[in-house]
Design a protein around this ligand. Structure first.
Ligand code: GDP
Ligand code: MG
Length: 178
């Protein structure tokens, strides 16, 4: 469910899911603050960050972004976290096949228990580490296609495709009809 301020301005809850260490917090910090700090152990924590995307048709989407403080380790807590989310961004690390398997687990969980109209995005992060790639892009493309979801590879480090990720999600949100 999206919330609406008016017909031109959407406000939506977005959650990030995925293995610990895949770069969820770095994606958020890159998108919201334009920063990447490889040394920081910053956890965005319980509060959320927000950022607004303006689309060409002059509508805006304000994302209220829920980043976990490591609760992704406790699967039982997940439903509390993604309840009411209009968007779930499921992240894996392109150098980690385990994290890709875990992403598929989260997607199944969201398909079973998430909002029926939830927009799902599959994100292969750390694309800058392509020399150590162990998840072929084609595997993720095929998986995403089968599951009717959007897929993109990003790098929070170089900023590659970070804004595109959120813009594409904004475009795919169901629009309220008045
Ligand atoms: P989280 O546990 O999913 O929130 O992961 P973090 O955002 O804390 O990132 C985990 C580690 O991966 C940190 O050491 C980051 O510096 C590193 N990292 C995150 N994104 C990228 C990226 O796009 N490229 C590279 N090379 N490292 C990244
Ligand atoms: Mg984190």
């Amino acid at each position: 469910g999206s919330s609406v301020s008016d017909s031109k301005n959407l406000r939506v809850k977005l959650v990030l899911l995925g293995d610990s260490g895949v770069g969820k917090s770095c994606i958020v910090l890159r998108f919201v603050r334009g920063q990447f700090d490889p040394t920081s152990k910053v956890t965005v924590g319980a509060s959320f960050l927000s950022q607004t995307v303006a689309l060409q048709d002059s509508t805006t989407v304000k994302f209220e972004i829920w980043d976990t403080a490591g609760q992704e380790r406790y699967a039982a807590l997940a439903p509390l976290y993604y309840r009411g989310a209009a968007v779930a961004v499921v992240v894996y690390d392109i150098t980690s096949p385990e994290s890709f398997s875990k992403a598929q687990y989260w997607i199944k969980e969201l398909q079973k228990h998430g909002s029926p109209d939830i927009v799902l995005a599959l994100v292969g992060n750390k694309a800058d580490l392509h020399e150590n790639r162990s998840v072929p892009s084609q595997d993720a493309i095929d998986y995403a296609e089968k599951n009717g979801m959007f897929f993109i590879e990003t790098s929070a480090k170089t900023a590659d495709n970070i804004n595109q990720l959120f813009e594409e999600i904004a475009k795919r949100l169901p629009r309220p009809t008045f």
